[in-house]
Design a protein around this ligand. Structure first.
Ligand SMILES: [Mn+2]
Length: 341
């Protein structure tokens, strides 16, 4: 199995940022939404990933919401872009400070589900069928705060509510072990996968895997992706890089560990992955305004370079090394191929 000869590249408007972090204010000017959208094609990208409130502010009424969505659809069509997915942003609103689907408050759980259904409606209006759920605050700040058993069921109930709201949409879980919470109820791809098969329509539930999230869980992103590919459930990726088990850094793809990135591309290409290549990367705080999209262009370029390397690897040679259990030889062969030797 090989991947498509041409991959489709996507990112989200949040990937062109002001450079603020928890320790310092913005260092670059905010770029207008329409101006961000005009950057995509220039950078060689094909589609846009959105939070629901990237498209229209949260909590607008249904008529205002659809009016706003129509404007964005026109903008995308004008640029020849598609919308890859909508992700309800359930971690910023005052009603989601103690979790969304797993909040102890019934009213807040209801808000989270209603808002997610609205995200489905936005997706439909943009001609997109994928909903990404990053379960950001579905966990605890202290272990005793919530019932962890009840919480798992509430996550499945929320997914079911969305599947029932629309017969065609697909739900993609994006797992992360921690941050903003100390501990997430569904910390890894494997955890979410075990819930997929307990939902009302497992055919329509899969995953988006972010490299940094797997690394933060102490796992190898390419193995996580392989696991989901075996299940036929790797429907999107957020490629980036991450230096150790620290905060979520969203570094340029392949910038920390070239070999790990090589393995990621290898698995996607050899596993016949046909979803989009989403690059969820952040510019450095030191980056000047004029260079604020370079991390995106660079990540795409590094993916493409690694794709060339992957395609240069002689599969027969790899099989021979494996058959002879000559892993010293295989390692040298891979490293020299990576070094262009
Ligand atoms: Mn991240």
């Amino acid at each position: 199995m090989a991947g498509p000869t041409k991959y489709r590249f996507t990112f989200g408007p949040w990937n062109i940022s002001t450079g603020s972090d928890p320790f310092g204010p913005p260092v670059r000017k905010e770029v207008a939404f329409a101006a961000k959208i005009r950057e995509y094609k220039k950078l060689g990208f094909d589609g846009v990933q959105f939070h629901d409130d990237d498209v229209v502010p949260a909590d607008l009424g249904p008529i205002e919401t659809m009016k706003g969505v129509a404007k964005v659809k026109k903008l995308l069509d004008g640029e020849g872009l598609f919308c890859e997915f909508i992700a309800p942003r359930l971690w910023e609103h005052p009603k989601t400070i103690d979790g969304a689907y797993t909040s102890n408050s019934a009213a807040e759980r209801k808000y989270a589900i209603e808002r997610s259904k609205r995200a489905v409606d936005i997706a439909n209006a943009l001609g997109c069928r994928d909903i990404v759920l990053w379960l950001a605050r579905e966990g605890t700040y202290i272990r005793e705060a919530k019932c962890p058993i009840t919480a798992v069921g509430r996550i499945v109930d929320a997914v079911n509510a969305l599947l029932e709201h629309d017969a065609h949409i697909r739900i993609l879980g994006e797992m992360k072990p921690n941050e903003p919470m100390d501990q997430a109820y569904c910390p890894t791809v494997g955890h979410f996968m075990s819930l997929v098969y307990r939902t009302a329509d497992p055919q329509r539930v899969g995953v988006l895997i972010e490299s940094a999230h797997s690394i933060l869980a102490g796992l190898d992103p390419s193995d996580d992706m392989a696991f989901a590919l075996w299940h036929g459930k790797l429907w999107s990726v957020h490629l980036n890089d991450q230096n150790g088990l620290k905060y979520d850094q969203d570094k340029t793809f392949a910038s920390v560990d070239l070999r790990r990135a090589f393995n990621t591309v290898w698995v996607l290409e050899r596993g016949g992955y046909d979803g989009c290549i989403g690059l969820d990367v952040k510019a450095m705080r030191t980056t000047r305004q004029a260079d604020q999209t370079r991390h995106l262009a660079n990540s795409k370029r590094l993916f493409e370079h690694l794709l060339d390397v992957v395609r240069r690897v002689d599969a027969a040679k790899v099989e021979t090394f494996r058959a002879q259990r000559d892993y010293e030889g295989l390692e040298l062969y891979i490293l020299e191929t990576l070094l262009g030797k």
